[in-house]
Write a protein that binds this ligand. Structure first.
Ligand code: TC6
Ligand code: FAD
Length: 669
């Protein structure tokens, strides 16, 4: 039987979790399809872990996870072949979503060992390979017919500054081959997922040289392990980089190359070509070499919202089950969910998870549209996509990381146990702050775009839609009540002011420093603040537009709850930006008070539906993987059962008693 407090929460809710789940999944059919697929695996004993993966050694975890991943792919293939219509894995995007979503997370709490093959290797083949190269490589790679790939860009010495990468590919005209080398220790590739023991082909990003002349960074398909024996190919020094803070199911590796020859056709040549005679033919858009990173950053916004919502579900359910510290003197101990400060920890995080996912959907549509335009030779919207994907990736991953920590701490001591699953969720989310572009660096990329747009705005040029607000210099009008559109304008106004101030500061610095990078460096703190405010303004506008749609589309009770969440989300953004808002708009103390009171009232109003909303994310217990977050709320039983599984409890007395403790107590050591 379910814990009585959780039962009461579910009965008292004003909306149905099933209605919520249907909306969240994108409709009834999508929800059912996902559940059917989850069931297929969740009810298969082959996919039940014999012991908690956190109890496995690093090597055991790799071997176990890889074996499971292979069974998973094989079963998925059978299932797909049996399906009459094209469904869940019809496209690479959907397949990637499946891995990063419910099913992938339920089965691979430490991440999926073949992740890089699907998330970067295949997308790079599509984005950087010519049609002929795709025919030769993509189909086989999709079927994993002799090919398991990874994306090897980062080196020991450089990850961010791509122009500083040292791996080189020298073209040998006589043999029509490239010769790949990592000429120093710092040139060793370092980090690529799956590179250690899993992958046998790597897309290696290397500096191209023809007759000693440098032609920039390009992708090369390099076989690193023999397809039959899996032994490293001659000239290849490959291995694994060791245990990490999280994501230990992914086998990150290092790679050194010494005079490794590959045929000319193995440079991916969609965006630039080397002809047999050594002639380099530049593509129409050199920046497309960075295209895989744009795709991956867009995906990350969605991934981190998933981790955040897992954590929010665990903490919210636990807060309904846990009772502590009377609020009224003569009353019993309340559910900790009734403490206002607890609500302030939980509910904004639920709202963030929802609106980050909605923003991820928007930026994914934008990605698809820009990809189509680029295919037709039109690059007009690429800078906006790059800027938006950079700042959303950076902002949402940083916020999600912070949120997971808030949620962990909101569960008190029990949140610190591995069995709560917060450590693994944190390990996954925090990694996203670094990979695919370290967050500060990405915010600087966005700021560079914003300052340019600000200058264009001064010249009254038409601006891309996500930054049109930069041309609207009028401060918002404050009405009697707090309206969403006023809050959105407040954030946009604060962002505009911050960008203006960074621009002015750069102008001053230019009088002191001659070089533009020096000026950027001096203005760095202001620039990243501007990009952060832009992210907030974008997310707020997007959320308020979504709220308008939901009011029209959904049942009134459900729409009302989502509007509450929208308000919580936007008010939280405003309160987090208060310093910057006050620099641009003279809010008086009564107006600030109005914001705070509205925020507190919303927390109170949302309280009754909190458990139902997190139920509506429809995470199975396996996805949550947590003693604290299970649907039935049997927290204490699970905590004890999990503790009993510890190998240290297998025997009543550990041998160290005889060998160490006893001699110590007897003074015989
Ligand atoms: C499961 C986990 C898997 C993980 C995998 C990984 O981590 S894989 C490893 C992931 N590794 C990383 O993510 C590494 C992170 N580092 C980088 O992405 C880049 O090196 C950089 C962007 C930091 C700087 O690069 P730079 O010094 O060469 O460039 P610059 O600053 O001089 O700008 C020149 C112009 O280019 C523009 N532009 C730049 N990028 C893009 C783009 N993608 N698209 C479009 N445009 C782009 C920029 O806006 C500027 O335009 P403007 O203003 O002149 O019109
Ligand atoms: C879990 C994980 C998986 C990964 N998977 C892959 C993979 O599959 N393939 C792959 O190729 N790589 C992968 N990477 C590598 C990853 O992409 C890089 O670590 C990342 O791009 C950051 O680069 P870096 O390590 O060189 O950091 P650094 O650039 O050295 O960052 C260190 C500090 O310097 C600061 N800094 C650097 N440059 C600037 C600047 N211009 N302005 C201001 N501050 C700056 C940063 O903000 C940061 O604070 C992975 C990394 C992790 C953690």
């Amino acid at each position: 039987m379910t814990n009585i407090d959780l039962q009461r929460e579910r009965q008292a809710a004003l909306i149905s979790s099933e209605d919520f789940a249907e909306w969240w999944a994108g409709g009834r059919d999508a929800l059912q399809e996902r559940r059917a697929l989850d069931k297929l695996f969740n009810e298969d004993d082959d996919f039940t872990d014999p012991q908690h993966t956190s109890l496995m050694s690093h090597k055991e975890l790799y071997e176990y996870t890889l074996a499971k991943a292979c069974k998973f792919i094989s079963k998925l293939r059978d299932w797909h072949a049996a399906e009459t219509q094209q469904s869940a894995i019809a496209s690479l995007y959907d397949f990637r979503m499946l891995l990063a979503g419910q099913l992938g997370t339920a089965l691979f709490q430490q991440s999926f060992p073949l992740r890089l093959h699907f998330s970067m290797f295949l997308p790079t083949l599509l984005g950087q390979g010519t049609e002929e190269q795709q025919r030769e490589w993509f189909e086989r790679a999709w079927r994993m017919d002799g090919i398991i790939g990874t994306y090897a860009q980062t080196e020991l010495g450089h990850g961010t500054f791509l122009r500083g990468l040292e791996t080189r590919a020298d073209y040998d005209m006589k043999s029509e081959e490239f010769i790949l080398n990592t000429p120093s220790l710092s040139a060793y590739k370092w980090w690529p997922g799956g590179l250690g023991q899993t992958a046998n082909v790597a897309i290696v990003m290397a500096q191209l040289y023809i007759k000693g002349k440098h032609y920039g960074l390009h992708p090369f398909l390099v076989r690193i392990r023999n397809a039959q024996t899996h032994l490293p190919e001659p000239g290849v020094d490959v291995g694994e980089i060791g245990p990490k803070l999280g994501l230990n199911g992914v086998n990150n590796g290092f790679l050194g190359l010494k005079d490794v020859r590959i045929p000319r056709k193995q440079m991916l040549m969609k965006n630039a070509e080397v002809r047999p005679n050594g002639r380099f033919v530049k593509g129409p858009e050199p920046l497309l070499t960075y295209g895989t990173m744009v795709f991956a950053r867009v995906m990350i916004v969605r991934d981190v919202s998933f981790g955040l919502l897992q954590a929010a579900t665990i903490a919210t359910r636990y807060s309904a089950v846990r009772r502590q510290s009377p609020i009224a003197v003569d009353q019993p101990e309340p559910q900790i969910l009734d403490h206002t400060t607890q609500q302030a920890k939980l509910f904004p995080q639920i709202a963030k998870g929802i609106f980050f996912r909605i923003a991820a959907d928007v930026v994914w549509l934008m990605y698809q549209s820009v990809a189509k335009e680029l295919g037709a030779g039109q690059r007009r919207n690429l800078p906006e996509l790059h800027a938006l994907s950079c700042c959303l990736k950076a902002y949402c991953s940083a916020e999600a990381e912070e949120a997971v920590e808030i949620l962990r701490k909101s569960c008190g001591g029990h949140g610190y146990l591995r069995s709560s699953n917060f450590p693994q969720i944190y390990g996954a989310v925090t990694a996203a702050c670094t990979y695919e572009g370290e967050n500060t660096v990405l915010l600087l990329q966005t700021a560079r775009f914003l300052v340019k747009q600000y200058v264009d705005g001064l010249k009254r040029k038409v601006l891309p839609s996500s930054v049109t607000y930069l041309r609207n210099a009028t401060p918002p009008k404050w009405g009697k009540s707090v309206e969403l559109k006023t809050l959105v304008r407040l954030l946009e106004y604060a962002a505009t002011e911050s960008i203006r101030s960074a621009f002015e500061y750069q102008k001053k610095q230019r009088k002191i420093f001659k070089s533009e990078p020096m000026v950027t460096n001096k203005a760095g703190i202001r620039l990243i603040q501007s990009a952060t405010l832009h992210a907030r303004a974008f997310l707020a506008r997007n959320a308020s537009e979504e709220a308008e749609k939901l009011r029209r589309q959904l049942k009134p009770a459900l729409a009302e709850v989502l509007v509450q969440l929208t308000e919580i989300f936007i008010l939280d953004l405003c309160l987090a930006s208060l310093g910057n808002i006050l620099l641009s708009f003279p809010l008086n103390s009564r107006q600030v008070e109005q914001l705070k009171t509205r925020f507190e009232r919303l927390l109170e109003e949302f309280r009754v539906n909190a458990v139902t909303v997190v139920d509506g994310f429809d995470f199975s217990d396996r996805v949550l993987g947590s003693t604290l977050g299970c649907y039935d709320g049997h927290v204490y039983e699970r905590l004890l059962a999990e503790a009993c599984q510890s190998p240290l409890n297998e025997e009543p007395v550990n041998q160290t008693f005889q060998t160490h403790l006893k001699p110590l107590m007897q003074g015989k050591l």
